[in-house]
Design a binder for this molecule. Structure first.
Ligand SMILES: C[S@@+](CC[C@H](N)C(=O)[O-])C[C@H]1O[C@@H](n2cnc3c(N)ncnc32)[C@H](O)[C@@H]1O
Length: 249
């Protein structure tokens, strides 16, 4: 089913060795392509070698390297945490331990425990989910709210777009409620951009907002991340002033 083939038209070079997956009866072409891409993806191999649960771990790592999101002691909320790559990176970077956990994560999928991370299995859009996370932080404010959440797509573009926008809005509202002044918000968005209204709202509450496409985010995917830094405090909610900067990075 899986065979190694020369990806260079016959010239022998280890570098060009590529795993090809033959289509199998009962497997859709899209699944075969997905499997082939996974097997040839250097980030998948790196994640396995470095003990991360997902290749997604490198996205937050790369964004942290460039935009300095984590510091020792940073309190982090991870929305849509499964299987746990971002939480693993966060726990290590901020120095979170089981005795003094600084990272709280939520997902409706079951996850294996991660040292230094308090995990909840729950749909974040349920009414009682935000309070659960707030209680888990022992009443302390967060310094970083990060969301890699995305609903499974329905195939209907307009519906999918509305659903993702709604998810980002709920995450952004939550971030504004729980962040400490100076805090940051990172959220997965999709091309077609972040909705105007949401961006305006974030610009009111944060000193800078920008979009990032980390190298490990597949170039052929519409995925990007919105990063908002320098939270001004919840009172800005009532202040209509818009002085935040927005740029693409
Ligand atoms: C791309 S994955 C996250 C990968 C993760 N950042 C990592 O590094 O392993 C997106 C996750 O968001 C979760 N998700 C989507 N909508 C959610 C919701 N409403 N509540 C909780 N989790 C949600 C999905 O179950 C999925 O596990």
């Amino acid at each position: 089913m899986v065979d190694k083939a020369l990806g260079n038209g016959g010239r022998k070079s280890d570098k060009d060795l590529k795993i090809r997956v033959k289509s199998a009866k009962g497997r859709k072409v899209s699944s075969t392509k997905w499997l082939e891409r996974q097997l040839n993806d250097p980030y998948v191999a790196r994640a396995r070698a470095e003990g991360y649960r997902s290749r997604a771990a490198f996205k937050i790592k790369e964004m942290d390297e460039k935009h300095k999101l984590f510091h020792k002691g940073t309190r982090v909320v991870d929305l849509g945490a499964a299987p746990g790559g971002w939480s693993q990176v966060a726990a290590k970077a901020v120095g979170s331990t089981d005795a003094n956990p600084l990272v709280v994560g939520i997902d409706y999928l079951e996850m294996d425990p991660i040292p230094g991370v308090v995990l909840f299995r729950k749909d974040f859009t349920e009414d009682d989910a935000p309070q659960l996370l707030i209680d888990a932080m022992g009443g302390k404010k967060a310094d970083l709210v990060m969301s890699d959440m995305a609903w499974p797509t329905t195939g209907h573009r307009a519906t999918d777009h509305l659903r993702i926008v709604q998810l980002i809005e709920i995450a952004a509202d939550f971030a504004i409620d729980v962040l400490a002044p100076g805090g940051a918000f990172v959220a997965k968005v999709f091309q077609g951009g972040t909705e105007h209204e949401l961006l305006h709202m974030l610009k009111r509450h944060f000193k800078t907002t920008f979009h990032a496409k980390p190298p490990s985010s597949r170039q052929d995917s519409a995925e990007a991340y919105l990063i908002a830094k320098g939270f001004k405090g919840p009172d800005e909610r009532t202040n209509g002033e818009e002085d935040g900067e927005h740029e693409e990075r």
